[in-house]
Design a protein around this ligand. Structure first.
Ligand SMILES: *[C@@H]1O[C@H](CO)[C@@H](O)[C@H](O)[C@H]1NC(C)=O
Ligand SMILES: *[C@@H]1O[C@H](CO)[C@@H](O)[C@H](O)[C@H]1NC(C)=O
Ligand SMILES: *[C@@H]1O[C@H](CO)[C@@H](O)[C@H](O)[C@H]1NC(C)=O
Ligand SMILES: *[C@@H]1O[C@H](CO)[C@@H](O)[C@H](O)[C@H]1NC(C)=O
Ligand SMILES: *[C@@H]1O[C@H](CO)[C@@H](O)[C@H](O)[C@H]1NC(C)=O
Ligand SMILES: *[C@@H]1O[C@H](CO)[C@@H](O)[C@H](O)[C@H]1NC(C)=O
Length: 259
């Protein structure tokens, strides 16, 4: 879905009127700096005009020949914007937006600016385009193994966006691990219609006697953070058939799971 936007932190120069495009990934409640600089500086702030708007053309901030234009600012952005007046004279029209929420997810912010020429003529052009991705981290990942039903269930509540869940099983016989094919994984995520947060639960079948432990990995694609939880399996039949092994294997779990 974001294929075209993956140029995080890199810059796409489009033609001679270089528009800088990039992505910002952040966590809800944080502030973000929408960084944007022109490659020329105005002679004075009287020669500078710029504004920031989102893809709905709601104005975040407007500056006109030395004066802020609060009447142009949309209600949604009022009192959320900090500017850097000492930077403007250098053509740096960055602003900071605070109190980021999931309502701001996937917003595309554009900065338009112009420096007047000696005849006082302004002509706005787009300087920067910034796409914002907002996340809420999953915190408590819980993993439960049910020896009766031979299933393992991994779950976490109230994060954003929907996570990518992967499972790995650690063989008893040869200490190696394998990823569980997605066809063997059932993941259900439900989204709270009010605050948009997801809660999910993911289930796999775990054959008895084959594995010493099971691990689930919860990847938040926006934060690029992966949480994991591991459960050592009750050796059950394996313990009876291969005694001597249980102790050594418990130690091996800790060592071998550290990739
Ligand atoms: C523009 O100003 C912001 C805010 O002070 C700063 O973080 C950024 O480094 C500046 N950019 C340039 C190119 O100086
Ligand atoms: C996470 O788990 C800990 C301990 O199990 C608990 O104290 C805490 O409240 C949980 N946090 C959330 C956000 O569920
Ligand atoms: C480990 O053993 C399992 C079966 O017990 C087998 O499927 C797997 O391929 C083995 N892995 C390696 C790396 O030998
Ligand atoms: C930022 O978030 C988007 C959307 O989830 C994701 O596709 C992209 O890979 C993330 N970028 C980084 C650097 O993590
Ligand atoms: C996510 O983080 C890993 C390292 O933890 C890095 O190798 C990878 O490039 C990152 N992905 C993105 C989209 O930035
Ligand atoms: C699981 O997460 C911990 C941090 O919580 C990390 O140190 C460890 O390397 C991770 N394990 C794997 C197998 O990724």
């Amino acid at each position: 879905m974001f294929v075209a936007l993956l140029a995080f932190g890199s810059y796409l120069l489009l033609g001679s009127d270089a528009t800088v495009e990039h992505n910002i990934n952040t966590t809800a409640h944080e502030s973000v700096e929408l960084l944007c600089s022109m490659n020329t500086s105005p002679a004075s702030l009287q020669n500078l005009r710029f504004y920031w708007q989102d893809e709905r053309k709601y104005v975040l901030y407007s500056f006109n020949e030395g004066k802020e234009m609060p009447e142009h600012i949309n209600e949604l952005y009022r009192d959320r914007i900090t500017t850097f007046p000492q930077e403007m004279i250098r053509g740096n029209i960055s602003i900071r937006v605070k109190s980021i929420t999931l309502e701001d997810n996937k917003r595309v912010f554009e900065a338009f600016a112009e420096i007047s020429d000696p005849r006082g003529i302004f002509q706005f052009r787009k300087i920067c385009t910034i796409t914002l991705h907002v996340a809420v981290p999953y915190i408590n990942v819980s993993l439960a193994v049910n020896e009766e039903t031979r299933t393992a269930v991994c779950s976490a509540q109230r994060g954003f966006p929907e996570p990518l869940v992967k499972w790995s099983l650690h063989f008893l016989s040869n200490n190696s691990q394998c990823l569980v094919a997605s066809s063997g994984v059932t993941t259900r995520a439900v989204q709270d219609p009010q605050d948009h947060l997801y809660s999910f639960s993911s289930t796999i079948g775990v054959q008895r006697g084959l594995y010493q432990s099971v691990t689930c990995f919860i990847h938040n694609p926006t934060l690029n953070v992966t949480l994991n939880a591991t459960r050592t399996l009750n050796k059950g039949e394996a313990q009876r058939s291969v005694p001597g092994r249980a102790v050594a294997l418990t130690v091996a779990v800790v060592v071998l799971l550290a990739r």
